[in-house]
Write a protein that binds this ligand. Structure first.
Ligand SMILES: C[S@@+](CC[C@H](N)C(=O)[O-])C[C@H]1O[C@@H](n2cnc3c(N)ncnc32)[C@H](O)[C@@H]1O
Length: 287
């Protein structure tokens, strides 16, 4: 069962963090209006042509990627639990002139409600830092399968779960296998935008909120790659692509990461290569 009470704590922590994150991003509306994008080649490759398709962006945060997807021609609905993120996304949609719908909801509640409606979607998309907030992988996968059209696709680009065994200093500090038990952090999600030295602020980096420490606790979940793939298969989806990448887009997840062209962050020289992101597509079988 989804742990809604823990999600509520996360909502409050994400409200605080989203303010800090956006405080570092200069004039995002102008950036988007002038054709700037926050999307990376990996998700574009897996998504393929989306012009004219209906697309749900789960855990869309403040809507930057959602609006870039809308500008590629998709009819986009973004869903996120954070009040601050959704309010920001709606303002950014207005200010940039790129239409998209944004819904503030726990992803589990939204998926359950959407399954009861007749509308079905061509694409469900989720990316970069989403799985760690999911308390029930099975309910999530079944919810996605239920809202896809026959032949519709789920597209995921995510930090690799193996990378999450490391602490900031690259020490092996966390288990890979947890059985879905939550990890509670007194100071919930931090300011990874500030830690990434501008790579997550393509519109320009501002000093913004300094030394942000989240005053709210957060609960995270660790899911292995096999658990993610199995949940989607068990929900009746077919895995149509699975990729692993030796770099992380935009985010300096650990100390001393080196930036390569395209904002690809790789480990320091003394750390052998390891998977830092993965991507997959999963399709609902045609009727
Ligand atoms: C790292 S961000 C994802 C960023 C995203 N890739 C983007 O396009 O900007 C994770 C998001 O998950 C949201 N989230 C966490 N738990 C959630 C839940 N139970 N339901 C819906 N959204 C949730 C947070 O509010 C946050 O915006």
């Amino acid at each position: 069962m989804p742990r809604n009470e823990l999600h509520e704590d996360n909502r409050i922590a994400w409200n605080a963090a989203t303010k800090a994150h956006n405080s570092h991003k200069a004039d995002q509306a102008t950036f988007l209006r002038e054709g700037g994008t926050t999307l990376f080649p990996e998700e574009l490759e897996l998504l393929g042509e989306i012009d004219g398709l209906s697309l749900v962006h789960l855990q869309c945060n403040a809507g930057q990627d959602s609006l870039c997807l809308a500008r590629l021609g998709a009819t986009v609905t973004g869903v996120d639990i954070s009040d601050e993120a959704v309010a920001f996304a709606r303002r950014l949609s207005q200010d940039s002139g790129i239409p998209a719908a944004f819904v503030r909801s726990d992803v589990y509640d939204w998926l359950a409600a959407a399954a009861r409606q007749p509308t079905r979607y061509d694409i469900v998309f989720s990316s970069y830092g989403c799985l760690t907030w999911l308390s029930d992988l099975r309910a999530w996968a079944h919810g996605i399968a239920a809202i896809l059209k026959p032949g519709g696709r789920f597209v995921l680009v995510e930090f690799h779960p193996f990378a999450h065994v490391f602490d900031w200093d690259w020490s092996h500090a966390f288990p890979y296998f947890t059985g879905g038990d939550p990890d509670t952090f007194e100071h919930g999600i931090g300011d990874y935008v500030a830690l990434s030295d501008g790579a997550l602020s393509p519109s320009g980096y501002l000093a913004g909120v300094r030394d942000f420490v989240n005053p709210h606790r957060g609960h995270e979940f660790r899911w292995g790659l096999g658990e993610v793939v199995s949940a989607l298969l068990d929900a009746g989806l077919s895995i149509t692509a699975l990729r692993e990448y030796p770099y992380a887009n935009g985010a300096k997840l650990f100390e001393r990461m080196r930036e390569r062209p395209g904002k690809r962050m790789i480990p320091p020289e003394d750390v052998p290569s390891l998977p830092l992101m993965f991507g997959l597509t999963a399709a609902r079988r045609p009727a």
